[in-house]
Design a protein around this ligand. Sequence first.
Ligand code: ZN
Length: 427
Amino acid sequence: MSDSDTHASLAAAIDANWDRQVEWLKTLVGFPSLRGEEAPCQDWIAREFSARGWAVDRYTLADVQMDSLPGHSPVMDTDYRKAVQVVASVRAPHPQGRSLILQGHVDVVPTGPVEMWSSPPFAPAIRDGRLHGRGANDMKSGVCAMVFALDGLRTAGLTPAGDVYVQTVTEEESTGNGALSTLARGYRADACLIPEPTERRILRGTVGVMWFRLRLRGRPVHVSQSETGTNAILSAFGLIEALRGHTRELNERVRQDPWFGRIPNPIKFNPGKIAGGDWASSTPAWCEVDCRIAVLPGMSLASFREELTGIVMAAARQDPFLADNPPEIIWNGFQADDYVLEPGSAFEDTVRAAHRRVAGDEPGEAILPAVTDCRFYGRYYGIPSLCYGASGTGSHGFDEAVDLASIKQVTLTIASVIADWCGTRPA
Ligand code: ZN
């Protein structure tokens, strides 16, 4: 078949499977696959993969030794026996083409108060060509696109001439350890595509990200004598303010960076979760704040941690109680380096060509103040890795939704990437 024949038959195949694809996505979004609760979703996916005749490797993060590998992030209060990962191998007998990893995460972030959603977050609903639900955009849209790209090839009577690995991982939203585990387990390929919802742009760069917990103590007294005690919650405010000030300074320094200097204020700091105190009429004896901050590009994680520690401890010295009872900083979650996809790789050319065939124009590029799993494949294992996926809104917010037409285009683009990168044979 000529290239244009292949493209036309893939387009027809994806069209023919479309209703089934939308139903599949609805089922996938219906799983409340919050952190630690992904197993039923992953088990369903594993069965779906097996039904396609793919060899399925289902394992948990407790099965994989990876503490000492680059990119590993420490965790606490998380049971990795529940963190189920799935890798399906779609092997070409006598492979001739290049191999490819298609990877998507199925973990989703919490919904927040559900009464603020227009419809329940785990009861997917279609309105105006958009599918609504937590994870619909980020990134079950991409998981469904990569699976139905392969289904499209099969419907078109084709099979990849190189090995394809379909990976559904967890922990993308907190550590990246799911992605790391696939590499620790030995999976490799000539390229990796992660269909995160990039609005059909090539993701050129992502910042590094760190999570940490500030743990403070206070001296509790009856509130009627509050002058004689201290208040751990109010003390935490002082540390948060110092970190906000430091963030402004980091955003000044990043202006020099050739990639990340192109977007305004890429270093975001977020005190994202707070707990503390025991009683409304006692000054709080403890406070814990879970924070997320972007890492200054080009800086090692160790030096960045050292700098942050200096900022927190300097602020603590201004607080009469904390000066003698310094807070703890617990590195708990993301310890993620930045990642830049250097222009000019053969794989990027392949994705660009596929986008042009489907969309008729050149894809845009994005540099994001956020993190993806690409860093593991691209930065630590030398596997050209990029994100390219659907369009939607509300990731991590209320009323998350994905544009279904964009998923269809991305599905065809991925099918075209597989055909071009791996080559095809008659099924
Ligand atoms: Zn995502």
